[in-house]
Design a protein around this ligand. Structure first.
Ligand code: ADP
Ligand code: MG
Length: 239
């Protein structure tokens, strides 16, 4: 049971099963995938379950131009965030890619303290990176963000866009702008927009998760009108 206490369950049953009960509490995590691979859906599902099943308040930080669209998408899964938002359980903030790190940190600190935020998502962090001049700046910015979240005892999930759909260098052998960050984070999960696991319309693979005996193979995933579903197979690691 002690093991379970230091996890932050996503409430996505099949996902929690393959990684010892969920993300490590107060860790920073990356979910990586191409457009339409289900990253935003996963993040909203994680926050929705956090507030409705685990009594944990959440914050969704968007770098996309239109946050209303995101909320409409959520409605389609039956997640009416407007009530939770009014109750202070889930907050939404939109940042422009031009937001400075100090401004971002200031706003986040206020919001986390005021609302007792335990879960935070940045979607997609690659948009913030677009505006930063070099690898060093990107690395420093994300490192500062992660460190602040850890100090404030928040479990963080960053989404990151990737055309390749996997870790490593791009087709021309160059690192994409945010690849390096995945080495620094506590976990990396790759999202595939096709069913590479052989089951499900889609798939995910946990590439790494510190302090966790996780399933290493790709597992099937579906998106239905209830959100994310991980297809359970007998091969998954159980703790
Ligand atoms: N109600 C639904 N039922 C099934 N699939 C859906 C539903 N709504 C959206 N989708 C699928 O989910 C995808 C959206 O994924 P999204 O989380 O926005 O991806 P990403 O953030 O990685 O770009 C859509 O492209 C669509 O294929
Ligand atoms: Mg998205």
């Amino acid at each position: 049971m002690a093991e379970v206490m230091d996890r932050c369950p996503t409430g996505i049953v099949g996902f929690d099963k393959i990684c010892g009960g969920g993300f490590v509490r107060n860790s920073d995590n990356f979910i990586v995938g191409g457009p339409g691979s289900g990253k935003s859906t996963f993040l909203l599902n994680f926050l929705w379950n956090g507030a409705t099943q685990y009594g944990e308040n959440g914050l969704y930080c968007s770098f996309e131009p239109d946050i209303v669209e995101t909320l409409n998408d959520a409605m389609a899964y039956g997640w009416d965030f407007s009530k939770l938002s009014e109750e202070g359980k889930i907050k939404f903030m939109r940042f422009s890619p031009q937001t400075s790190i100090d401004e971002l940190k200031g706003e986040l600190m206020k919001m986390i303290a005021k609302n007792g935020i335990k879960r935070i998502c940045f979607d997609p962090i690659s948009v913030l990176a677009l505006n930063l001049s070099d690898q060093g700046k990107i690395r420093q910015t994300i490192f500062e963000l992660s460190a602040l979240m850890k100090r404030m005892k928040v479990t963080t999930v960053f989404s990151d866009e990737s055309l390749e759909g996997d870790m490593g260098t791009s087709a021309n052998g160059e690192w994409t702008k945010t690849d390096i960050l995945r080495f620094l984070s506590d976990s990396v999960t790759i999202f595939y927009e096709s069913g590479v696991a052989g089951v499900g319309d889609r798939a995910i693979r946990i590439a790494k998760m510190r302090r966790t005996a996780h399933e290493r193979r790709a597992v099937g995933m579906n998106i239905s009108n209830k959100g994310i579903e991980i297809v359970e197979t007998p091969s998954v690691v159980t703790e």
